[in-house]
Design a protein around this ligand. Structure first.
Ligand SMILES: [Zn+2]
Length: 86
């Protein structure tokens, strides 16, 4: 090892920041989650369409994709097909 190389002053590599102009604008604006869509009332009972989060408990629903379930609140996730309770 060369001692000269070791004693080089530490220089942080400058991060290349993309200017606002370079960034492509997102087409979609963020919409608030429409929670009412996840509920349905049948015969006076509330039916929850999505699965609740096992960590957060009732009130928080999991986002269900093709092969994944994910909680946006605590970050809980599960890979694999959603199997229902038997
Ligand atoms: Zn959660």
């Amino acid at each position: 090892m060369n001692k000269k190389e070791e004693k080089k002053p530490k220089e942080k590599p400058k991060k290349e920041k993309k200017s606002q102009k370079e960034r492509p604008k997102s087409k979609q604006k963020h919409k608030k989650v429409q929670v009412w869509k996840l509920y349905e009332v049948k015969d006076g009972k509330v039916i929850r369409k999505n699965e609740p989060c096992p960590r957060c408990g009732a009130g928080t629903f999991l986002a269900v994709t093709k092969n994944r379930k994910y909680c946006g609140r605590c970050g809980w996730g599960q890979i694999g097909k959603a199997d229902k309770k038997s």
